[in-house]
Write a protein that binds this ligand. Structure first.
Ligand code: NIG
Ligand code: FE
Length: 412
């Protein structure tokens, strides 16, 4: 009982062996609350698709049956969740997980009132360029282990701390070793060596660097923030995104983080899958996001506002207007060095006034939509067993017990 996760891991390892070698079915029983995130979308509560006192059967890693425990058919093996909750694995759809160096002093300075403007990114670029592949791989794997221990099963990873042709494509190659959701972010900031000729850097990002990076990536992203001297304005961002799209990459955008700006409108116009941050929005931005709700998700990153002591995005305004919303960690050394999705859920509820149901949906099904993925972020018959276990009788504990390690990716 005491080491619940350890015992569960051992049980699952054992049953998985059987499932793969003999095709046997495994019943996961005694689930106090099975949150499928696969219910009808009329309200957040109905979209959660909760089944109380539930069971699930999987075979070859695929879910083959879900329902009330009393109706469960027989299976070859059984594992008991002993009254815990099961949710879809969290989808962290926005991270900058590959970097070296340390910027804790920048965080400490910010807590005394120094504002964030993106200038510290240069520190991380220097440390990352100087690191070996092995060092970067070790750092990446340590961060991946951390997030899995907190329930995340899918992670998007951006480049953006290389900012030259070789360094950007190296970061994407490393990201590709661990996830399919790889994002080319050569357009993160203008590096120091191009500060006197920004156009030359945009040219590099849209030609030679893009050619080297596109084969490793699925997405193209840009830090569109005219309020930062380091980031890109609307025209530069458009050039970077359209070049990426012409090379076969799908667009996503960092926009409206530090001030109102063109990011959201550009994302909607280009049919981006996601526009991330959305902290400073005009009425026209919200209207554009409502009109694009089938295509473009507004991804909120409340860990950034927490770690930069900034005003939170107005999640209620977005949700009440009908915008598609996701939450993600944005784990990075500057604005949020946390990869904890349960912490983001707690912030979404406490600070952004999302209901616990809305926050869990945004961290699973909403974030999956922002990656144009349909089988993750939900638990459904025919889909993968891509789940996390909460050591609590209901999913409400995710927001109710911030900072307490009660959730893990299944099998971790
Ligand atoms: O998403 N805003 C731009 N990029 C990151 C921060 C990167 C950094 O400061 O190292 C973000 O917040
Ligand atoms: Fe980011």
């Amino acid at each position: 009982m005491r080491d619940f996760f350890g015992a569960l891991r051992a049980d699952i390892a054992e049953t998985k062996g059987d499932a793969y070698s003999e095709g046997s079915s495994v019943l996961i029983a005694d689930i106090a609350e099975l949150v499928t995130c696969d219910g009808p979308g009329e309200t957040a509560e109905s979209a959660l698709g909760i089944i109380g006192d539930a069971a699930l059967i999987h075979q070859h890693g695929e879910v083959v049956w879900i329902g009330p425990a009393t109706e469960a058919p027989a299976a070859d093996r059984a594992v008991s969740l002993r009254g815990r909750t099961m949710v879809p694995g969290f989808v962290d759809s926005h991270t900058h997980l590959i970097f070296a160096g340390d910027r804790s002093a920048e965080f400490a300075a910010r807590m005394t009132g120094v504002p964030y403007d993106g200038g510290g990114i240069a520190t991380t670029v220097a440390a990352t360029r100087a690191a070996t592949d092995e060092q970067l791989r070790d750092l990446l794997h340590a961060r991946l282990a951390e997030l899995r221990r907190q329930g995340t099963t899918t992670v998007e990873i951006k480049s953006g701390y290389g900012l030259d042709v070789a360094a950007e494509s190296r970061l994407l190659g490393l990201a590709r070793e661990v996830t399919d959701e790889v994002t080319y972010l050569g357009g993160h900031v203008v590096p120091a060596e191009y500060r006197s000729d920004r156009a030359a850097y945009v040219d590099l990002v849209t030609t030679e660097m893009l050619r080297a990076c596109a084969p490793h990536a699925r997405w193209v992203d840009v830090f569109c923030e005219p309020a930062s001297a380091h980031a890109f304005d609307g025209d530069e961002a458009r050039a970077i995104l359209t070049a990426g799209m012409a090379a076969g990459l799908l667009p996503r955008v960092h926009g409206n983080q530090l001030a109102p700006g063109p990011g959201v409108q550009l994302a909607v116009e280009l049919g981006a899958a996601s526009v991330d941050h959305c902290t400073y929005l005009t009425g026209a931005d919200v209207d554009a996001l409502v009109g694009a709700a089938d295509t473009t998700v507004a991804t909120l990153l409340p860990g950034v506002e927490f770690s930069t002591r900034s005003p939170y995005p107005d999640a209620r305004r977005l949700i009440d207007a009908g915008v598609s919303v996701a939450i993600a960690s944005d784990c990075n050394p500057g604005t949020c060095y946390s990869n904890s999705m349960p912490f983001m859920i707690a912030l979404a509820v406490r600070e952004m006034r999302m209901t616990p149901a809305e926050a869990l949906l945004a961290a699973t099904r909403g974030a999956a939509k922002s990656l144009r993925r349909t089988t993750i972020g939900r638990l459904a018959v025919g889909g993968p067993l891509d789940a996390a276990v909460v050591d609590a009788p209901s999913y409400l504990h995710l927001a109710y017990r911030p900072g307490v390690p009660i959730v893990r990716a299944l099998g971790v």
